[in-house]
Every structure is written in C-alpha cells, then in structure tokens.
Design a binder for this molecule. Structure first.
Ligand code: NAP
Length: 294
C-alpha cells in the first residue's frame, strides 16, 4: 500500500481519492476549497493545508484539476509538487490537458527527480464512483508498471498507450467521440419526440442494436427528462474540443464533424450554459428546430 497525495477533489478527484482509501492506501488530499477536503477526511483520508504538505511524504501524487494552467499552478513554483515531492516520487496527472503541456511538464518533472505519467480518464462521475474508469497512460513503461496497482483502485481498463503526452492525445480522441455521440443522440431524441414516438421504448430498442452506445445507456433518459446536472460540465468539454481541434490542425487531419460539434459546444457555453452537463447539447438541437423548452 502506498502513501498517495490527491490534489483536486472535485467531481472526479474526490471519488477517486475515496476509492484509494477503500483500497487501503494512505491518502492525503488537498483542494482549493476546504469543504471537499472535509469530505475526504470523513471518508477516511487526511487533509493537507497546501500542496507542499500533501506531497512531501507521498510515493504517488495524483492531480485532478480542470485545465492546463491549473495543472501548471499546482506542479510548478516553490509551493508546487515538483519543488516539494520526494525524489523518485511518481506524479500521475489524471486531468485532461493539452498533450504538448503534458510533454513539457514531464521533462520539468524529470529535472526535479519526479517520474511523470499523464493518465487522463474516461467514464464520468459514475465511473469514478464505481472505480471503473478507463485510464489512458503516457510515460515510461516501467513507471506505468510501478503505479498500475494503485490505478487499479480507480480504474477498470488501464492501458499504457505510449510515451509522455500520449495519454492526453488518446483522451482528446475520446472527447471527440463522446461529443459527437451526444450530439447525435440529442438529435435522435428531438426527432423521435417530434414524431410523438415513445422515447423510452425507442431508447431501449436502439440500445440493443448497432446504434447502441454508452451515451444512450447512461444519458439518454436524463436528456429526455431535460435534467442536465453535471456530470461533465459544458465548460470542460469546450476546453477538450479546443484541445482536439488544435491537435488535429497541428497534425494536418480534418475532423469536420468534430469541428462542427466544437462550435455547437462553444455556442451552448456562450449562451450561459457552461455549468450544465455536456448532454445539454440537446438544448441547441431544440432551439435550431424551433422547439425550445427553455
Ligand atoms: P471539478 O469538479 O471542477 O474539480 C476540479 C477540482 O480541482 C475542484 O475541486 C477545484 O477546487 C480543484 N482545483 C482547481 N485548481 C486547484 C488548485 N490550484 N489547487 C487545488 N485544487 C484546485 O472538475 P472535474 O469534473 O472533477 O474534472 C477534473 C478533470 O478531469 C478535468 O480535466 C476534466 O476535463 C477531467 N474529467 C472529468 C470528467 C467528468 O465527468 N467530470 C470525466 C473525465 C475527465 P474548487 O473546489 O475550488 O473548485
């Protein structure tokens, strides 16, 4: 069992930290707002006053914050992870950030004697609670093998996908597929409703055929009920579609459907819906169809 520091105890980080506690690890958490640290403490973890205190004795440091600048704020500087971690500690960044930032930070970590892995996750809040996340890991193979037992407490499918930054590239592809699928499910739901079809029955039969997918299984019912509690915030998916469109452009790859979905996600956010679940793309389909419910 390891001493594991978890920085960022939000929708994903808190349940991941709790699962590490349940697996028997000694977990110390830090978060910007105190109430989430209190939740970890009541689940059997320990709270730290700052990043430096959280990481000083940790063998593994897991970060789970929103975006590239947030990760940089947590790891760099005198108060950050790299300056305060033990030499030889493993830094596992589960946040979804830009692959190029991940590569740069891995090099900076190495200079500080810290072994970096980018390990973004997929599976949503439910996957984090269940400990069944899909984890795509970039970094050295031996470092991956060293942290794999700890990752097994939070993930069901854990795959080493290549050198530093590769995990983030795979995650960008994941976000492309998820956004596009949500958009198509939203369009199908509004279409079915317009034809007065029993949507619950339609979802059930569609889920059993070639159109079956996880969005249909996990989100179609709440979308049909117009419940958009996050989950995964529109703000965060907007960030991720920015990452994938920039990375596709850099590689000279055309992603027409992804680019269109990125525009729709940006529009949803511009209309003030950034804190809703990404399945709120349905709101735009309704608006475009002249059937707005809000
Ligand atoms: P979230 O609920 O916003 O949680 C982020 C947490 O990080 C918040 O508790 C925030 O503290 C904390 N934080 C931010 N900056 C910090 C700092 N400098 N020091 C300490 N704590 C800091 O976001 P989330 O949904 O958990 O997502 C986290 C990451 O996972 C993102 O990169 C996201 O794209 C990715 N992800 C999310 C999902 C999902 O379904 N939600 C799924 C897969 C991947 P405050 O309490 O002050 O806000």
């Amino acid at each position: 069992m390891s001493r594991i520091a978890v920085i960022g105890l939000g929708i994903m980080g808190l349940p991941m930290a709790v699962n590490l506690v349940k697996a028997g690890h000694d977990v110390v958490g830090f978060n910007r707002s105190q109430d989430k640290i209190d939740k970890l403490v009541s689940a059997g973890g320990t709270g730290a006053a700052d990043v430096a205190e959280a990481v000083k004795d940790a063998e593994i440091i897991l970060t789970m914050v929103p975006d590239s600048p947030d990760v940089e704020a947590v790891v760099l500087g005198e108060e950050g992870v790299f300056a305060n971690a033990k030499s030889g500690a493993y830094w596992v960044d589960a946040s979804t950030i830009r692959p190029d930032v991940s590569v740069r930070l891995a090099a900076t970590a190495a200079e500080a004697g810290v072994k970096a892995l980018d390990a973004p996750v997929s599976g949503g809040e439910q996957g984090a609670i269940e400990g069944s996340l899909s984890i795509m890991v970039g970094g050295a193979a031996e470092d991956f093998e060293a942290v794999r037992p700890a990752l097994e407490a939070v993930g069901g499918t854990i795959v080493h996908v290549g050198p530093a930054g590769s995990g983030q590239t795979v995650k960008a592809a994941n976000q492309l597929i998820v956004a596009g699928t949500i958009q198509l499910v939203a369009e199908a739901l509004v279409f079915l409703e317009a034809h007065s079809v029993d949507t619950e029955a339609a979802i059930r039969v569609l889920a059993g055929g070639l159109a079956g997918n996880r969005i249909l299984d996990r989100k179609a019912a709440s979308m049909a009920a117009r419940t958009f509690e996050p989950g995964f915030r529109v703000d965060l998916h907007h960030k991720d579609l920015g990452i994938v469109t920039a990375a596709a452009r850099e590689a000279g790859v055309a992603i027409p459907l992804g680019a269109l979905t990125a525009q729709l996600m940006g529009s949803l956010r511009a209309q003030g819906h950034g804190s809703l679940d990404h399945s709120a793309l349905l709101i735009l389909v309704e608006q475009l169809s002249g059937r707005a419910s809000r």
